[in-house]
Design a protein around this ligand. Sequence first.
Ligand SMILES: Nc1ncnc2c1ncn2[C@@H]1O[C@H](COP(=O)(O)OP(=O)(O)O)[C@@H](O)[C@H]1O
Ligand SMILES: [Mg+2]
Length: 369
Amino acid sequence: MHPPREHRILVSTSTPMSATAPPVLSLNAVSKDFHARGYGRHGGDVLRAIDGVSLELRDSQTLGVVGESGSGKSTLAKLLVRLERPTSGEVSFMKNSIASFDAPGLKMFRRHVQMVFQDPYSSLPSRMSIRQILTEPLIIHQIGDQASRLERVRELVDQVGLRSSDLKRYPHEFSGGQRQRIAIARALMIDPRVVICDEPVSALDVSIRAQILKLLHDLQADRALGYLVISHDLRVVRYLCEDVAVMYLGRIVEQGRTAGVLERPAHPYTRALVGSVLDPEMATVAKTRRLSVLSGQIPSPLDRPQGCHFHPRCPLRSKLAEADQARCVTERPGLRALPDGRHAACHYAEKVLEHDRPHAPTDVVAGAG
Ligand SMILES: Nc1ncnc2c1ncn2[C@@H]1O[C@H](COP(=O)(O)OP(=O)(O)O)[C@@H](O)[C@H]1O
Ligand SMILES: [Mg+2]
């Protein structure tokens, strides 16, 4: 007996975006602690990688998550696909807690939420041919028969820019960029609603990053996929995502439309991130806005500063009156809505925006690191 044939995967589906539809994926006040065993004087301490994050991803939405290395981005991705469990808070798929899913529920969830990892060298099974790698998801989810599966495999191989003759080859025969194309095809085989991409081009040669980004962009546009794109590189998120969340030490510090947030950041951390990009177009933004570059290291999540986590590195703080500066040290700013609809977690976000006016004093510009 043939498994039930699924038609959905054979036609490109596009779900109309609706603000009233429930989010496909959501995090509600999620925190994640790790035990930092054997970390020097901190051995046995608890490391909070994610700290009370709430986030929603809707159908067709392209949401980027940016922040320096160590800010908790990969942990966030793992929580979203249940590779990690939250210490507190809830991750939901279509309003259902993913922690409660039984085996069939989890299978359905995995069908709709796929992931593309950073490293295409370790993420593909070495002993399987490309054809086997791409057919496997269809078999697991009992989609189609042999002929329609092969048809689907050929279709995807073509869409990601590989050739049918590549199907009999093995991952080690391909370059990093081609492997990432295979990983992307595999993620799309079962027509998911959401693809989570964790640093999708960071492990690739600089020369081929643009091609893979274009591929990701075109695939999203064609099928109205939801994307959650994680990157330490603002340019990746600017290219792929309409919305952005900026993370610092496990918290979201700014969130809104990518264009608005990057063009005129409301959080000093976002300003500094934008100021640190060495891309000509963004450098122009940085110059006209007189942004400082980011100085110093991100603190260890084991030694998180009091009050605003960013205050020891904050270029704005020294420009505030002393009484105002004290607040940054004592009071943790929550994420709050600003008049343009974005959210920022800075007591002085309005001042940051005002700072961007042409007569504002020039920031100290340290060497880009
Ligand atoms: N399994 C783990 N055990 C202990 N600490 C971890 C583990 N995974 C991540 N961390 C720590 O959590 C913090 C966030 O890491 P990660 O989510 O990988 O950040 P990012 O992807 O933004 O670089 C880091 O300090 C990292 O060392
Ligand atoms: Mg990471």
